[in-house]
Write a protein that binds this ligand. Structure first.
Ligand code: KIV
Ligand code: NA
Length: 265
């Protein structure tokens, strides 16, 4: 695919081709992620944790999300860009939700937005969709509701929550969402959801019987090491590699090994 669009993703599901998605929050990393062939780049509100060092995703603002998104937009040539609507920018009423989504689209140049929740945010999603802005849903463990859950453990293990989740997924498809993220739910439930809808289901901690996978970039590169959920596969140990490189630099400067004769004018 030359340029990934929301239509491409639905076609990929129809053809059984898995969708790869990663987060990015800045130009330099987004350029690498896009160049490596990732289908979807999520400018996640996980930037609140990863980039700003907050404990939760709640503090990040719409202006900050737009800053991250516009940096990512300048880097990519192929991937579809999805931007999280941050906590507080869409829950009050559908008009505010639409205003926030419009700001993201206009000021960053991104291609779509994502927001958390099912029937509670149905009217907001409809309003955004009516303006021609593609929306990705997000169900299961929705981190903006962490104080309601009280824990980051697996969601929808109980029957009623599982039933509600399937209902919400079907509703999101019906009103026109182009895909749904399912976070940290039992794999058999995720499989059931993926089979119940024709839009792609992108999992994180939701097993392999879904239509694609997403991880937080800094987690899969091993830049973070306090966060160790079962679903996280680390492809590098950048925390250690970067620490070694930087302490080598410090030592080279102290010993006047750097710069060498060749590295000066
Ligand atoms: O903000 C984020 O990184 C996310 C993914 C974990 C799906 O929403
Ligand atoms: Na998010």
């Amino acid at each position: 695919y030359k340029r990934v669009t929301v239509k491409t993703l639905v076609d990929m599901k129809a053809h059984g081709e898995k969708i790869s998605m990663l987060t990015a929050y800045d130009y330099s990393m987004a350029k690498i992620v896009d160049g490596a062939g990732v289908d979807v780049i999520l400018v996640g509100d996980s930037a609140s944790n990863v980039m700003a060092g907050h404990e939760t995703t709640l503090p990040i603002t719409l202006d900050q999300m737009i800053y991250h998104a516009s940096s990512v937009v300048r880097a990519i040539t192929r991937a579809l860009i999805v931007v999280d609507l941050p906590f507080g920018s869409y829950q009050s009423d559908p008009k505010e939700a639409l205003r926030s989504a419009i700001r993201i689209m206009k000021e960053s140049g991104a291609h779509s937005v994502k927001l958390e929740g099912g029937k509670e945010v149905k009217e907001s999603i409809k309003r955004i969709l009516h303006a021609g802005i593609p929306v990705m849903g997000h169900l299961g463990l929705t981190p903006q509701s962490i104080y309601k859950f009280g824990t980051y453990t697996v969601r929808a293990k109980e029957e009623q929550e599982a039933v509600n989740l399937i209902e919400d997924a079907k509703m999101l498809e019906r009103i026109g969402c182009f895909a749904i993220v399912l976070e940290k739910i039992p794999s058999d439930l995720a499989k059931k959801v993926a089979e119940s809808v024709s839009i792609p289901i992108i999992g994180i901690g939701a097993g392999h019987d879904v239509d694609g996978q997403v991880l937080v970039l800094h987690d899969m590169l091993g830049m973070t090491h306090e966060f160790n959920p079962r679903f996280l596969r680390r492809y590098l140990n950048l925390y250690d590699d970067m620490t070694n490189a930087i302490s080598q630099y410090v030592s080279d400067v102290k010993r006047v090994d750097f710069p060498s004769d060749e590295e000066q004018y």
